[in-house]
Design a protein around this ligand. Structure first.
Ligand SMILES: NC(=O)c1ccc[n+]([C@@H]2O[C@H](COP(=O)([O-])OP(=O)(O)OC[C@H]3O[C@@H](n4cnc5c(N)ncnc54)[C@H](O)[C@@H]3O)[C@@H](O)[C@H]2O)c1
Length: 454
């Protein structure tokens, strides 16, 4: 099918490349001219594992083209809207980009289009789009609007898109349901050349869930809010573990053995970030408030998350006594490993707090430095963890990159001023760190003293 994808961000570019990979003819647009010209010249504007290969292969095969939004709208029978929906100051999702794309479609198109909202949007956005299209339709646009929330995770976006646990499709007509089914048929049947695996398993018939548009929109916000709640819950438990002398990793292991609870998303840390959980929880709270429903539970989820940075800095302060003038190395800027995304990453307010308290901060991240530089332009960005740690009185682990898990302890010990690690992601085993002569503070686990101090 001829498909237009509007917005070449983490979701749009993955959607465009993967839909081309499974056989569709895709035209992807991007309004940021810098990003667009990179894509047109074969340069990736973002880091996402496996995505560059899928983009390159499909561009070369003639199934993936980049250009303007107007050309994309003219091209696609189905138009996937993948623009950003950032939070407004009051927590509402900013839907102005969705509105602008809908208006362009209404003003340009003569004939039929299936308009697919893939961006995360508040419930009833589909019906707003329908209303908007009817008002602005200039040449007699015939349309369906479908909700198709995206569940991919940055860091494994290509695999998640091609092998999804679920494909949720919210529609109001049989025509829209059939077209959405046709688009996703190769993925449901798992019939495509997989760019990642040799053998990709069996068809995913049960993954295709058709609902009404309101329910599909709610599935996305409810899912992300539930996962955020799980993270805040275990963070709350980990605080108690620290006070009473228990090990949160054992507590979460024990909890996770119950299949009703499950063992994922039970890792404590310095809180959730990224372009989904913080803004989606906020938006969900606002939707509930406006609908007269009590979502105080989610307000607490947010509050616990905001306290994580404060709690983490308290630990650093307790160890260093005074932060002013001390050199502190921060390892990890991205909100999670395997991405360069720093939007709403805990690293940013953490570093800002340390700087405000007079610390001399140096940082290292394998992929996210150039994006972080736009937010924190004045700190030194180092080429490896050892350069960042040189002369440091504390090393803070902020993102759980694999590279940090295999650190060269001897080399690290040789460059630091003081052997202290404050780990916000629990990436090391306390006894292992202690064996290398480091004092190790992690989250919700008992501190390990270096052998010399035992
Ligand atoms: N990032 C994720 O992990 C993720 C996962 C699931 C859902 N989502 C949702 O998907 C949506 C997009 O997220 P993202 O992370 O890809 O955002 P992003 O900011 O990386 O990408 C959005 C892109 O759309 C472009 N854009 C805006 N208006 C445009 C227009 N009129 N024409 C063409 N391009 C336009 C922007 O320049 C930007 O490059 C959001 O609603 C987000 O909540 C994100």
């Amino acid at each position: 099918m001829k498909i237009a994808v509007i917005g070449a961000g983490y979701v749009g570019l993955t959607t465009a490349a993967c839909l081309a990979q499974v056989g569709h003819e895709v035209f992807c647009s991007e309004s940021d001219t810098g990003k667009l010209s990179k894509l047109q010249n074969g340069v990736m504007p973002l880091f996402e594992p496996d995505l560059a290969t899928v983009v390159d292969d499909n561009r070369e095969a003639g199934r993936l083209t980049f250009g303007s939004t107007e050309d994309a709208i003219d091209w696609g029978k189905a138009i996937f809207i993948c623009v950003g929906t950032p939070p407004l100051p009051n927590g509402d999702a900013d839907l102005s980009s969705i509105e602008a794309v809908s208006r362009s479609i209404a003003k340009r198109v003569k004939g039929y289009r299936l308009i697919v909202e893939k961006s995360t949007v508040p419930v009833q956005t589909g019906s707003q789009i329908r209303k908007h299209l009817a008002i602005h339709s200039t040449y007699g646009l015939d349309y369906d609007v479908a909700s198709n929330p995206e569940f991919l995770r940055e860091g494994s976006a290509v695999g998640d898109f091609l092998h999804p646990d679920r494909i949720v499709v919210g529609v109001e007509s049989i025509r829209a349901a059939e077209l959405m089914r046709e688009i996703y048929e190769p993925i449901i049947e798992q019939k495509f050349v997989c760019p990642i695996h040799k053998n990709c398993g069996t068809a995913k018939e049960n993954a295709f869930l058709v609902t009404d548009t309101n329910s599909a929109e709610l599935i996305k916000h409810a899912s992300n809010s539930f996962l955020a709640m799980k993270i805040s819950f275990i963070n709350m438990v980990s605080d108690l573990c620290e006070v009473v002398g228990a090990d949160v990793s054992k507590v979460s292991q024990g909890m996770g053995l119950d299949p009703r609870i499950g063992n994922v998303f039970l890792n404590p840390g310095i809180g959730f970030g990224g372009f989904c959980f913080p803004k989606d929880v906020q938006a969900f709270i606002r939707i509930a408030e406006k609908s007269g429903c009590n979502f105080a539970l989610l307000r607490e989820v947010e509050k616990i998350n905001q306290q994580r940075i404060v709690h983490f800095v308290d630990k650093v302060r307790k160890e260093l006594w005074s932060i002013r003038g001390k050199k502190i190395a921060v390892l990890g800027l991205a909100f999670k490993p395997n991405t360069d995304d720093v939007r709403f990453a805990p690293s940013i307010p953490l570093i800002q707090t340390l700087i405000d308290e007079g610390a001399v901060v140096s940082v290292y991240d394998p992929e996210a430095s150039s994006k972080a530089k736009e937010l924190l332009p004045t700190i030194p960005y180092c080429g490896d963890p050892y350069e960042a740690a040189a002369g440091a009185e504390a090393i803070l682990i902020v993102t759980e990159w694999d590279e940090f898990k295999t650190i060269d302890w001897k080399r690290l010990a040789g460059v630091v001023e003081r052997r202290l690690i404050v780990d916000g992601r629990n990436i090391f085993n306390p006894p292992e760190v202690a064996a290398h002569g480091f004092h190790y503070i992690s989250v919700g686990r008992l501190p390990a003293l270096p052998e010399s101090q035992v």
